[in-house]
Design a protein around this ligand. Sequence first.
Ligand SMILES: [Zn+2]
Length: 191
Amino acid sequence: MAIRPLIFMFLLACNPPDHSEITGKQWYKGNLHTHSYQYPEMIMDWYKSHDYQFIALSDHNTLADKEHWKELEDSMSQVVFQRYIGKFGTDWVNFKIDTGKIKVKLKTLEEYRPLFEEKEQFLILQSEEISDQFEGKPLHLNATNIGELIEPQGGSSVSDVLQRNINALLKQRDSSNYRGGYDSASRGTIF
Ligand SMILES: [Zn+2]
């Protein structure tokens, strides 16, 4: 008769303390480098529904801040497009048929951000994979939580190329028009 309460108390005693309660800090799960070979909303939806709290889409030398149309070129892209329409509906998806081919307008970050972001739940960091090179060798750096596109800076050696790109990021971080939005102290990180 008295066994059940005893077992319950034992389980309570074995339960490890929540570290966040002790430190006042909290862990968040995220991905700081991914590419958008398909529609960014599909990627955001996957990460959010798999319990991630932040995500950085970091494509090569590009930000999702301009009008861009994607042409469906093969059967695989047709399949992905049908999934996209199925998930978000024709009211949201913007496409047209031009000279017999389907063209889809990719949403900008400004357009899709409100669909996913929630305070303390899910955050999107504007990011870029700065894709530079030296003597034909690719040199890539991920710039996370940036305000504007950083063009590849080039340079006279591997270290010079890397340093010039880092300097471009630091210059943007420190410029007066770069503040605002999220915590400015954490903006502009390079990996
Ligand atoms: Zn990459």
